[in-house]
Design a binder for this molecule. Structure first.
Ligand SMILES: [Zn+2]
Length: 283
């Protein structure tokens, strides 16, 4: 197992899922509880990193391209038909396609257990994980540097790479500098920012989605745009990223975690909600 090698960190995924679960309406909360295995006691965040743990297992090798999107170098745009494929060109095999697929599978939840084509527990875990990944800007990166994975640099005094800076370093440095390494305090601050803080007015626009199956395209476009404007900028191979980079990027990384969580709750509330026409109804 090589956890974390290509992943929005454990911490980022856990916070995304904790944010989402706290925003679930009763019906969605119940569906999530029903789908989760008993041993997690109803805690979705306990299994949000599962897709990273199994991606190299033989049985799940097909999922490894579902964690990211490679876009053309310097294009700074995402185009589903151009970019959403695996390295062999198989269409839909990218994080936006995966969200689309697992959302669609979960929308059959209310139809009972007669449809055995799908494992809805796995679908829930994959969807929850990939909603984190698609919001990590460098998960929608350039092809030649593998989303920043091959850009080796220093994060303050230790060696790292640009992808990992966004997966984990920014979060861990924030936790150490401002929250005595207490992830719960960091999470409370993120939640406070969108309940009655700086992002409070933006939350309703984050949740706007006319078609659940195409909204992931918007999230991917935002990510590659942020990757170009803030991620790659000033992060050449061999450079040292420190205070200036950290201070200006930290609020962006925190906002992406919040957006991932808020939007995951929006999707789960709609696929598990009782309203008719839930797949296409406006927010
Ligand atoms: Zn991942």
């Amino acid at each position: 197992m090589a956890p974390g090698a290509l992943a929005w960190s454990k911490e980022g995924h856990i916070m995304t899922c904790q944010i989402a679960q706290a925003l679930l309406e009763p019906e969605a909360a119940e569906a999530v509880r029903n789908l989760l295995p008993d041993y997690v006691n109803g805690d979705l965040s306990a299994l949000c990193t599962w897709p990273d743990q199994i991606r190299h297992w033989y049985k799940y090798r097909w999922t490894s391209s579902l964690h990211f999107i490679d876009t053309p170098d310097e294009a700074c745009t995402f185009d589903y038909s151009r970019d959403c494929h695996d390295p062999h060109g198989l269409q839909d095999m990218c994080v936006a396609g995966a969200i689309k697929n697992f959302t669609s599978q979960l929308s059959h939840y209310g139809e009972g257990s007669s449809d055995r084509r799908y494992n809805l527990t796995e679908a829930l875990l994959f969807l929850s994980h990939f909603m984190g990944d698609i919001h990590q800007p460098l998960h929608v990166g350039f092809t030649s540097d593998e989303g920043g994975n091959t850009i080796e640099l220093h994060w303050f005094r230790h060696k790292s790479n640009l992808h990992h800076v966004w997966d984990r370093e920014i979060i861990l440095t924030a936790a150490a500098d401002f929250y005595t390494k207490d992830m719960d305090l960091l999470l409370e601050d993120i939640k406070g920012n969108f309940t009655d803080g700086v992002w409070a007015d933006d939350v309703s626009s984050w949740k706007e989605c006319n078609d659940l199956l195409t909204c992931p395209n918007k999230y991917a476009s935002e990510s590659i745009s942020i990757a170009c404007k803030w991620g790659y900028k000033g992060a050449k191979p061999g450079s040292t990223l420190a205070d200036e980079y950290f201070n200006s990027r930290m609020p962006i990384a925190m906002k992406r975690i919040a957006q991932g969580g808020v939007r995951l709750s929006m999707i789960l509330n709609r696929v598990f909600g009782h309203t008719h026409g839930k797949m296409s109804a406006a927010t």
